[in-house]
Design a protein around this ligand. Sequence first.
Ligand code: CIR
Length: 254
Amino acid sequence: MIALTRAVSDSLSDCELTHLDREPIDVGLAVTQHQAYENALRSLGAEIVRAPAAPHLPDAVFVEDVAVVLDEMAIITRPGAPTRRKETEPVAQILARFRPIVTLEAPATLDGGDVLQIGRILYVGRSSRTNDAGRDQLRRHVEPLGYRCTSVDFAGCLHLKSAVTVAGEGVILVNPGWVSPSIFDNMDTILVDPVEPMGANALRLGTEVIYPAECPRTADRMRRAGIRLVPVEMTEAAKAEGGVTCCSVVFPET
Ligand code: CIR
């Protein structure tokens, strides 16, 4: 497994914010938490490949948004926030070592945080970041490979994967206030605890799940369902509207 990551930028406090009010971010603590997050990835067998640091791009740490990596190809996105479009090129150069690359073009916009892969289905959130042209271009690249792209409407959070992620084989973790669980066919569902609305973002690697320590009630629900968790502290990324999936792109090396 490769986990592509990118350093926390000194300018993280100037990040894009959509649903949250700006709060002071402790960048030093964000760096420490990011190192622990990378260690959690390593502990689950991933090799960390870091894109070059981009100190002047505040949101560069949220590398998930600039690429969707499938077994057959990597799709470099055109992020919905114009401030984030300079993030793509260095990531594309790295991913070209592992996969054939295709690139989404204007008028498409798409953030990787809006693309939830479950087997051969790519659920694509319709959001302030991802438009229909983005979904359509993605579809044109992946349908010939046997993938299906399905649009998902959601509300209340930035990205589809803030509202739903895969927590285990055949199991999704969902905030039902933000997306309807019924959209995801044939999946068992774990709902977030109502006091932890941000708790639906979990990062599954093999049989384990990297999960924010800030959501203990939802963590208990997952443990009761037999899911093994690796807790990480994500308080500073959360203030920038990021979570555990956002800070890496994980894929098999070949
Ligand atoms: C942004 O608004 O783009 C960043 N501040 C947060 C991006 C988080 N990424 C994600 O959920 N995939």
